[in-house]
Design a binder for this molecule. Structure first.
Ligand code: SF4
Length: 220
């Protein structure tokens, strides 16, 4: 455990743009645009409880499960976790039998090449790290695209080590930003057209502070 627990969804903000992460985490800025609203609506539906069920083949699906990993000090809410009956699987407290664990993240549509965005995969990987430590398993990660109704398996079995190293790097940099309390500068070439924080980003660089305003008026 350390002083800065990280919400898994913040990893995506950092990967999209470190400045965006800084504005959200250091400045507490938040703004919604069409992309954010549509993603929120989809996740509201996913997390409304209607997706929790037990199927005839013994698979147990649970939406909105909270996951955490104490050693990395990260936490998050999964869209869906499937516990699939499997003799070689692990025991899960509260369920009878043994299970493979699958983490499924819902996204609106795939990138043009039909596979997945690295930041989406990293989000699922961080959830997997949590699931693995909670249930002592080697969980699998998937992205389900609602537009195409297709589920893509993520390459954690073959590329897990590289994902882990990358995740550690992000967490270190993110914690550095939070601990120093600074907002990273805009990076040249950053794609800003889909960013809901552009008004905040271009309009100001520091948090508005009544105390600072009064001190400035007093010349302090
Ligand atoms: S407007 Fe651009 S530079 Fe600013 S936070 Fe958003 S993506 Fe980053």
């Amino acid at each position: 455990m350390n002083d800065y627990p990280i919400n898994i969804r913040a990893i995506q903000h950092y990967m999209y743009c470190p400045r965006r992460f800084g504005l959200l985490e250091v400045n507490d800025d938040w703004a919604e645009n069409a992309f954010v609203v549509s993603a929120n609506l989809m996740h509201t539906h996913v997390h409304d409880g209607s997706h929790s069920f037990n199927s005839a083949d013994g698979t147990i699906s649970r939406s909105s499960l909270a996951v955490y990993n104490d050693s990395l000090d990260i936490f998050g809410i999964t869209d869906c976790v499937e516990f699939v009956k499997c003799k070689g699987g692990v025991e899960i407290e509260g369920f009878e039998g043994r299970y493979r664990v699958k983490i499924i993240e819902y996204k609106p549509k795939p990138p043009k090449d039909g596979t997945f965005h690295k930041s989406d995969a990293m989000q699922v990987y961080a959830q997997k790290i949590c699931a693995d430590s909670m249930w002592h398993c080697q969980s699998e990660g998937y992205i389900y695209y609602t537009e195409t109704k297709r589920r893509i398996k993520l390459p954690f079995e073959t590329e897990g080590e590289a994902y882990y190293k990358e995740l550690l790097g992000y967490l270190e940099k993110m914690r550095g930003i939070i601990s120093r309390g600074n907002i990273p500068p805009r990076v040249k070439g950053q794609k800003c057209s889909g960013c809901s924080l552009s008004d905040y980003c271009f309009a100001k660089t520091g948090r508005y502070s009544v105390k600072a305003e009064i001190m400035a008026m007093k010349g302090g």
